[in-house]
Design a protein. Structure first.
Length: 176
């Protein structure tokens, strides 16, 4: 259902939704106070991070995940050090990985979220494994229709602290 809804969006709707969601993220106290922020490079059907990367506030350090086997490792974001990696997602190059404990805020993609912060991922568990090791504040971002009333979460599923859904504002999750 989510995939079908996303295909119905035109480029203007996609761009405007991303602008609104990431403007809301920028205004959050958790984002303003964070020094080290883990972002994601969006897939074509996800809320786009492209324009957000072009306008990142310079008072922070930004990181991206890179698939390493069954886990995600974290590396500094540098536009000139990216390659097309696992699942055709742009990932950072290099060996300068950082520990998850140094990250203050994680922006998390998903197929859908519910109003308690539960997320439906793509089924591989990468973010659940990463989030289970983290004490960072977590923020899910999505189109408004990706925010549903309830997702059947399993024991290994890690909810996010907040969800920013276009048109619905900020929803408090239940992680903390």
């Amino acid at each position: 259902m989510m995939r079908t809804r996303k295909t119905l969006l035109d480029n203007t709707e996609r761009r405007m939704a991303a602008e609104r969601v990431f403007a809301t993220l920028r205004s959050m106290a958790a984002f303003m106070m964070a020094d080290n922020v883990l972002l994601y490079h969006s897939l074509p059907d996800e809320l786009s991070t492209r324009e957000f990367f072009d306008s990142l506030p310079s008072d922070k350090h930004y990181y991206l995940p890179r698939v390493n086997g069954l886990d995600l490792e974290i590396l500094p974001y540098e536009k000139s050090r990216l390659h097309l990696g696992a699942f055709r997602i742009e990932e950072p190059d290099g060996d300068d990985t950082v520990d998850i404990d140094s990250i203050d805020l994680i922006v998390v993609p998903a197929v859908a979220y519910d109003r308690r912060g539960n997320r439906l991922g793509r089924g591989k568990g990468y973010y659940d494994r990463l989030l289970s090791r983290s004490r960072a504040i977590t923020v899910g971002v999505c189109y408004g229709f990706q925010l549903v009333d309830e997702i059947d979460a399993e024991e290994h599923d890690i909810p996010v602290d907040f969800v920013i859904a276009d048109g619905a504002g900020i929803v408090r999750g239940r992680r903390r």
